[in-house]
Design a protein around this ligand. Structure first.
Ligand SMILES: [Zn+2]
Ligand SMILES: [Zn+2]
Length: 104
């Protein structure tokens, strides 16, 4: 599959790392009335994904400290969406959790 932002070709797993390395700004972390949320927008279909950062994690200080982790979760969501919605017919053999828990 291709990176939806720059067209780089990658497996879903590699795409996840690519997004985090090259397009970190595509996951927005923002404070809302409900607390901290992260937002991802699919550049191909405009679908918005917004998810509240749960529990004690939902503070601005946490967001600053863990911005990278939050982005990784956001990109997980985007890659899953891209595979599910925009990769029809392509091999999905390399799917699965892009970032195994024990790796972090
Ligand atoms: Zn890219
Ligand atoms: Zn989409």
């Amino acid at each position: 599959m291709d990176c939806p932002f720059c067209g780089t070709e990658a497996t879903p797993r590699a795409l996840h790392s690519h997004l985090e390395a090259v397009h970190p700004e595509q996951v927005l972390v923002a404070e809302s009335a409900r607390g901290l949320v992260y937002k991802v927008t699919c550049p191909l279909c405009g679908a918005h994904h917004e998810q509240q950062v749960k529990g004690r994690a939902g503070t601005a200080a946490f967001a600053l400290e863990h911005a990278r982790e939050i982005r990784l979760v956001g990109f997980d969501m985007l890659v899953n969406h891209l595979v599910a919605e925009h990769a029809a017919g392509e091999s999905t053999a390399d799917t699965g959790p892009a970032v195994p828990e024990e790796e972090r």
